[in-house]
Design a protein around this ligand. Structure first.
Ligand SMILES: Nc1ncnc2c1ncn2[C@@H]1O[C@H](COP(=O)(O)OP(=O)(O)OP(=O)(O)O)[C@@H](O)[C@H]1O
Ligand SMILES: [Mg+2]
Length: 252
């Protein structure tokens, strides 16, 4: 039992017997902003899908001492999948998309709308409430999806590469928004990202996976690479995290 953390212990996921992630063990403090980094195919999406219960796995996932699968039955979580082409010809307004996040609440339509507006306001999209969702840019749609996730009132928000396709200014605004909503709603936020620069400036914990959890000193070496420094300047910092003994075990 580990209270106050999302506890992942020796997590292995296979697709048709091929191991995608292997023996990942990590404790993530609840109420913090965590970023999963790693190369293409490193297993970020797989880890996220295991946490939100979309792929079978070996090992253990617990949240605040409770089995994750049990938690998912009782609590909504805000989950944004890795972005594809979405909402191109969806016949819904921005407001209606956010309202969808509240369908599990018993409340009148008027109250639902009021809440949806509040969350749209939170991501600074209220001015587009009546526009058709398909008319919005990818970055704007992403904000609306975040509002929908917030509208569920879940305490855990997990987003798979939410920054893809955002320009640097939008990225820094996104991170500021994340910090704001995390504090306001006491959220635990986990995102995956390829971005070394902004991520390391804003995240409270960064960890890398490449099939395995990449040990801290290897990640430090990567961030000290002169090429990486040239791209991101001095903003880079490595955020300490602790590995658990089960990572040392051999692959099955
Ligand atoms: N549905 C699937 N069936 C079979 N193999 C899969 C499936 N999804 C992912 N994989 C494999 O699992 C490994 C991890 O993939 P995953 O999508 O988790 O990586 P990722 O870190 O999210 O990559 P990216 O940065 O490109 O999004 C890869 O080798 C991938 O080919
Ligand atoms: Mg992915």
């Amino acid at each position: 039992m580990s209270k106050g953390v999302l506890f992942i212990d020796s997590l292995t996921v296979r697709y048709d017997h091929r191991v995608a992630i292997s023996k990942i063990s990590i404790k993530l403090d609840l109420g913090k902003f965590h970023v999963i980094m790693g190369p293409n195919g490193g297993g970020k999406t797989t880890l996220i899908r295991a946490i939100v219960g979309l792929v079978p796995y070996e090992g253990k996932i617990e949240i605040d001492g409770l089995n994750m699968k049990k938690y998912l039955k009782k609590h909504p979580i805000g989950y944004l999948a890795q972005r594809g082409a979405q909402f191109q010809s969806f016949p819904l307004t921005v407001l209606q998309v956010v309202e969808m996040g509240r369908y599990h609440f018993k409340e009148s339509k008027a109250v639902r709308k009021k809440h949806a507006r509040q969350y749209l306001n939170e991501v600074k999209m209220d001015s587009l409430a009546n526009r058709s969702i398909g008319e919005l840019s990818g970055g704007q749609q992403q904000r609306v999806l975040i509002a929908r996730a917030l509208a569920t009132e879940s305490k855990l928000m997990i987003m798979d590469e939410p920054l893809t396709g955002m320009d640097p200014r939008s990225q820094s605004k996104f991170y500021e928004m994340i910090e704001r909503i995390k504090e306001r709603y006491s959220l635990t936020i986990i995102i995956s990202s390829h971005d070394v620069g902004f991520t390391t400036a804003y995240a409270e914990n960064v960890f890398c996976i490449n099939k395995h959890l990449v040990p801290h000193d290897e990640a430090a070496k990567l961030l000290n690479d002169p090429e990486i420094k040239k791209i991101y300047g001095s903003k880079i910092r490595l955020v300490e995290h602790h590995h658990l003994p089960s990572e040392e075990k051999e692959d099955v």
